[in-house]
Design a protein. Structure first.
Length: 746
């Protein structure tokens, strides 16, 4: 390969840094009207009436739509499904009718000639509420007398047990128990959500531009809610300013804007502001867990059992159940645990729904199992790194089926750990920790292993070579910061014998690109890139007869070498073939089982005893994403994910008061780390190619958000254990650590 494996700079960056990108709010078609929403001010209330008369009389207002106006013509968003599990029919309503169940829930849509006019009028929508008690604690929600849905407060049930769990715990010399509370997080993409809907009544064609992670999942959700034929509905995704999982499902606002455009016969745009994003966009994490690990006296991990209680929020999106299910399935991590039992209960609370956020269940699983293993090492008084090594899935055991049934395709967990510790300079770090403790300082070391579920399912691609035009690649994957235009051009260039600059990538338009699954779960290169490889090779097969004629050789004597068809020392490229034969085109649908990346993260920390401030002294990461297409871009993914993992560990938490009001509803209260607060990271890649795709790729986009929280939690636990203090839950804020170190509870 000429280009795959090379660190090429991102070709798309010039468009972004020179202001030529086209985001949702840059779109301004003729006749555009603007939408704003009247939203619930209560976490839970009966909604007796919605009076829009004052809003309708406000200057510039075109229309106001309520849940009663939409009636039965618009359905709730689909709630999704879960294999072997029970998922309640609790999809998010488009506009509230009869009840509201979280602060910020959309009640009415106001359409006006300007955004300011729409926002002013939205404040004039009068709602008659009967406040009810909120449901905030997921642990008590199942038995609460306050029922948020007719079927109760349990929206998801799933369980699985493999191996002889009872025997494992009966044989254990020690049972290590831990409880965990993993807080909700706000995804906070640079560009909040938004949609622009246009309707051609004569042709009955609805076009919705939306800031999303791909076009086809929003298309399916939109057509479900509106009861429309997908053939007459089109979703277009423009440039997207970040998502981190939070734009994988459309919000009810997108459906409402589309319904308004169809009724009014003019374009309607909704561009979410930052407050709305905090209040109403779906959030990540939110998990309570109790877990036990059965261990022999020799340090063998015999069995694991856990009960997970997921705070799902008021309603279900199609992807809401996915993260906690992923947590459950990955609960054994990188370890050859022969028996495991997990029970998952997902409950309704009076908060916005949850959904995938960078890592989507994997960080929770890593935190749980890595804290258990670290605690086991502490109780057995053995080296925590050696305990891990002796229990890893062996490098010669792949493909390896875990106790809960997922099959790891490739990996070398011990090599990842050794590499991360070498990058950290662990012996020096241990010496410095002991020096610090001897001087009365609070210092610790920790590691966190990564198992990242990637890929799976299917993806599509189409390739066309014109005689004198660009080589066009259409992909079902859709970028929102990952660098698809660069990496996909590298793959296509190698397969087609071109330069990357000759490749034009197209995505994001359901009316143009082939049907696809989309971009999430670090699947783009492994799935979309592999579909591209197959499409390119199919195109070469179609070109072969034409190349043979040009070379005056039998087809069996023509080979593809060095980016050209070759026979008897003569060469002809695809451009020449297209010039003679006309346009060449081929498409592909690539399918694959799940893929599993892995890695190890290590951290050295020190906590100021007088203030509780946590100093991250050194960080190291060794990731195995399979084959790396572009190391520079992969490194950028690791750095970005590490920054988010640090933020989750140190400062981020969505906090609700006793009335269900979000106390962290702006960046004044919800803190994000700046670049100045992210310490240097030593990182590298350990490549064990996947056998399931032609690139050997797996994925790397979420690894830092998975491994860093576990490594930091173990480093903090190590520091506090030396002080006789039990481990804490993240985030490790200065106040929390100060209170722990000073034994303050007031």
């Amino acid at each position: 390969m000429t280009f795959v494996g090379r660190s090429l700079r991102r070709v798309e960056d010039l468009r972004f840094i020179t202001g030529r990108a086209r985001y949702l709010d840059d779109l301004d078609p003729p006749g555009l009207a603007h939408a704003a929403f009247a939203r619930s001010v209560h976490a839970h209330a009966r909604l007796h009436a919605v009076d829009a008369r004052r809003a309708l009389a406000s200057p510039g207002v075109v229309a106001v739509l309520t849940g009663e106006d939409l009636g039965e013509s618009v359905r709730s968003l689909p709630a999704g499904m879960l294999e072997d599990g029970v998922v309640a029919d609790a999809g998010h309503p488009v506009l509230a009718r009869g009840a509201v169940r979280y602060v910020g829930e959309p009640i009415a849509l106001v359409v006006a000639e300007s955004r300011a006019a729409a926002e002013d009028a939205a404040e004039l929508v009068d709602c008659e509420y009967e406040p009810r008690e909120p449901v905030l604690d997921p642990r008590t929600a199942p038995d609460s007398l306050v029922r948020l849905h007719e079927a109760g407060n349990v929206l998801v049930r799933w369980s699985r047990s493999r191996g002889d769990v009872e025997a494992a715990f009966a044989a254990a010399d020690r049972v290590v128990s831990c409880s965990f509370s993993i807080p909700r997080l706000v995804a906070a993409p640079i560009e909040p959500r938004g949609a622009l809907a246009e309707y051609d009544a004569e042709a009955d064609v609805l076009v919705v531009h939306c800031s999303a992670q791909d076009p086809h999942r929003p298309l399916a959700q939109l057509t479900h809610a509106l009861g429309r034929d997908a053939v007459r509905t089109r979703v277009v995704v423009p440039d997207v300013g970040g998502a981190f999982g939070s734009k994988g499902a459309i919000g009810p606002e997108v459906v409402a804007a589309a319904a308004a455009a169809m009724r009014l016969g003019r374009p309607v745009k909704w561009a979410e502001d930052r407050l709305e994003n905090f209040l109403a966009a779906y959030q990540g994490r939110g998990l309570e867990a109790d877990a036990e690990l059965a261990v022999s006296a020799e340090g063998r991990l015999l069995g694991l059992r856990a009960r997970l209680c997921a705070d799902l929020g008021a309603y279900l999106y199609p992807t809401t159940a996915v993260p906690p299910h992923t947590t459950a399935m990955l609960i054994t991590g990188a370890y050859a645990v022969p028996a495991a039992e997990v029970e998952l209960v997902g409950v309704a609370t009076t908060k916005p729904p949850t959904g995938p956020y960078r890592g989507a269940g994997r960080p929770e699983a890593a935190l749980i199992v890595e804290r258990l293993v670290e605690q086991a090492a502490r109780e057995l008084e053995v080296d925590p790194f050696e305990l891990r090594r002796s229990n890893f899935v062996p490098r010669d055991a792949f493909p390896y089926e875990t106790a809960l049934g997922w099959v790891y395709d490739s990996g070398d967990f011990e090599r990842c750990l050794d590499t991360a510790l070498e990058l950290l300079d662990v012996e020096r770090a241990r010496e410095e920790r002991e020096w610090a403790r001897a001087e009365g300082r609070v210092a610790g070391l920790g590691v966190g292993m990564v198992i990242e579920r990637c890929g799976g399912d299917w993806e599509s691609a189409r390739v066309a070579v014109e005689p004198d035009g660009p080589v066009v690649v259409w992909t079902g994957s859709s970028p929102h910061g990952q660098g698809h235009e660069t990496t996909f051009s590298q793959i296509a260039a190698d397969e087609l014998g071109m330069e990357p600059e000759e490749i034009e990538l197209r995505w994001g338009d359901s009316g143009e690109v082939p049907a696809g699954v989309g971009t999430f779960a670090s699947r783009s290169v492994a799935m979309g890139g592999s579909a591209l490889v197959h499409a390119a090779r199919s195109l070469r097969e179609r070109a072969l007869p034409h190349a043979a004629r040009l070379l005056s050789a039998p087809e069996v004597d023509v080979t593809w070498e060095g980016g050209a068809f070759v026979a008897d020392g003569r060469r002809v490229g695809l451009r020449e073939v297209a010039a003679a034969a006309g346009r060449l085109e081929a498409d592909s649908r690539f399918e694959s089982p799940l893929l599993f990346s892995s890695g190890a993260y290590a951290a050295a920390v020190e906590i100021e005893r007088s203030t509780g401030r946590l100093h991250v002294l050194r960080l190291a990461a060794a990731d195995d994403p399979g084959r790396v297409v572009n190391p520079l871009l992969a490194e950028g993914q690791v750095l970005g994910a590490v920054a988010q993992g640090l933020g989750q560990s140190l400062v981020e938490e969505a906090v609700y008061d006793e009335n269900g009001q979000l106390r962290t509803a702006s960046f004044a209260d919800y803190k994000l780390l700046t670049a100045a607060e992210v310490p240097p990271l030593a990182s590298t890649f350990v490549e064990t190619p996947s056998p399931h795709n032609p690139l050997g790729a797996k994925g790397v986009g979420e690894a830092g958000a998975i491994g860093m929280p576990a490594a930091l939690a173990n480093a903090v636990a190590d520091a506090l254990a030396a002080e006789g203090i039990a481990g804490l839950d993240p985030p490790f804020t200065e106040e929390k650590l100060w209170r722990a170190l000073t034994r303050r509870e007031d």
